[in-house]
Write a protein that binds this ligand. Structure first.
Ligand code: ADP
Length: 393
């Protein structure tokens, strides 16, 4: 294999990784660790889809560090790491300072650690990936790419929170997340929607285990549903999304919950899992005949429609709606239900095109086009890493 680049994307329950050749930037191998926190499984496939590695890592207690250690050992045995030129990492939070991808040094790493309280579910795992690589390959250049960076140029009013100024001066404001996904979608909009529509008013719904929506104008983020942390906005797999802050005060005063208990409740036990009592996984909910599964999906869809209204208001209109990420790309029933509720916006989804996952799924007379576009955060990270390190041709 020629010179290559490793991209790590550590999510809440999975680590997705991709190995790219550098010149040209092409996918060589990909894989993921799934079931983190439970039965952990590691799979690597090459660009042709052939399985290179498929193994159970642990039954019951796999963690991010163990999964990365095994991946790196395997890569070294295969001789892949010897050809590594660099690594790019998805890092959820760049705070107020990092508005662009950053080459990682000690000062950058220190700053990333200081930001852990802002994204406790993701930032520690992102940092663990950087440190695991640095321990084995201390000279390997590493680049951190931030989920917040794409939103940094939002109008100040979209970033503001109505708190006393001392708190906003301290950095307590809306940041927005899933920026690498939105940046990738924005980069492919012209070839998918055409240049004119791509420069218009587009709402992107990134519906994965984590879920958010973003308003794009001329390919730039102008508003998003996630705010200070990745807890805000839509209900997610296990996260509550927007709730009245008074609920938190009530839980503390009336239920005697402490910080850790509230954190656990809002991040790990709410959202689709909390409402359904069955699962955080949309596939399981769609397959279930239990009324609580249907209620969880109904709430998810209802909130998507409410947030759509808010983002369309921020944009002053809507030219296109894009669905992406696991649920957005694969769950036709969820898209269909969103389309029904979004009739107020003149949206009309073609049932057959939707069932076939598009890419275009709106009817010709729909007031706004509706698209399904697979996201590719890893490719975005690879492009940033090459650019920052001067690796691209
Ligand atoms: P993450 O935020 O962990 O990256 P993903 O983007 O992989 O999440 O999305 C995971 C979600 O997508 C899960 O709720 C899963 O059930 C859902 N999903 C994936 N494939 C399908 C499918 N074929 N039908 C319905 N939902 C799906």
């Amino acid at each position: 294999m020629s010179e290559s680049l490793l991209v790590l994307n550590s999510g809440s329950s999975s680590i997705k990784f991709r190995l790219f050749s550098v010149t040209p930037l092409e996918l060589q191998a990909r894989g993921k660790v799934t079931g983190i926190g439970g039965d952990t499984h590691l799979q690597v496939i090459d660009s042709a889809g052939k399985t290179l590695l498929d193994e159970q890592l642990s039954a019951g207690a796999g963690d991010h560090q163990q999964a990365l250690d095994r991946l790196l050992s395997w890569g070294e045995q295969q001789g892949l790491m010897a050809e590594l030129q660099a690594a790019g990492h998805r890092v959820v939070h760049g705070g107020t300072q990092f508005h662009q991808p950053m080459a990682v040094d000690e000062a950058v790493l220190d700053h990333l650690k200081q930001l852990i309280p802002l994204a406790p579910l993701h930032q520690p795992h992102n940092i663990a990936g950087i440190e695991a690589l640095a321990a084995r390959l201390p000279d390997l250049p590493q680049v951190a790419c931030f989920d917040t960076a794409f939103h940094a140029a939002q109008p100040p009013v979209a970033q503001a929170l109505a708190l006393p100024r001392q708190f906003s001066d301290e950095g307590i404001r809306r940041y927005g997340f899933h920026g690498l996904s939105y940046e990738y979608i924005a980069s492919v909009l012209p070839e998918t929607l055409g240049v004119a529509k791509a420069s218009g008013r587009v709402v992107v719904a990134h519906l994965g285990n984590g879920a958010s929506m973003c308003a794009l104008h001329d390919g730039r983020s102008v508003a998003s549903t996630m705010g200070f942390t990745a807890l805000d906005g839509l209900p997610m797999g296990t996260r509550c999304g927007s709730i009245d802050p008074g609920v938190v005060l009530y839980l503390i005063s009336e239920h005697g919950l402490g910080v850790d208990a509230v954190n656990d409740l809002l991040y790990h036990r709410s959202g689709l899992l909390g409402v359904s009592g069955i699962s955080n996984d949309m596939r399981e909910l769609l397959a279930s005949s239990h009324a609580h599964a249907a209620e969880a999906i109904e709430l998810f869809v209802y909130r998507i429609n409410r947030e759509l209204g808010s983002l369309v208001a921020a944009l002053g209109g809507l030219d296109a709606l894009v669905f992406t990420a696991g649920i957005g790309e694969h769950a036709a029933p969820v898209r269909a239900q969103v389309g029904e509720l979004a009739a107020w916006a003149g949206i009309c989804i073609d049932p057959v095109a939707n069932q076939n996952h598009g890419p275009g799924i709106s009817t010709p007379d729909s007031a706004a086009e509706v698209w399904v576009i697979p996201t590719n955060e890893e490719r975005m990270i690879a492009q940033h890493t090459c650019r920052i390190l001067g690796l691209s041709a």
